[in-house]
Design a protein around this ligand. Sequence first.
Ligand SMILES: [Zn+2]
Length: 112
Amino acid sequence: MEATERRTAIEPREIKQQGDAGLRIHWADNHVSRYSAAGLRRACPCAQCVNEWTGQRVLKPETISQELTITDLSIVGRYALNFRWSDGHETGIYSFRYLRELGEQDEIREEQ
Ligand SMILES: [Zn+2]
């Protein structure tokens, strides 16, 4: 509808933890993405979880508990998020672009 929206950079307007195991990002262009902690953890892009040379995922999804929680999160520069998980892992840097891609599946458009 609004032609200006597509030009907005991929950046979060609001990042909100939902309980211990959920995350909600309200993007600058008004899209809203919701994530589960376990789902995000399984998609960790760091060198321990993905083979840097082949791009192959080393992390086995079944080793991540569904009860995993986010113990801390911080913004890296102006482009990414870093999570600290309840399993102690904290090396993943999730760019906003990557998070936006991960959130595309169950993206919900909020009425203003
Ligand atoms: Zn990782």
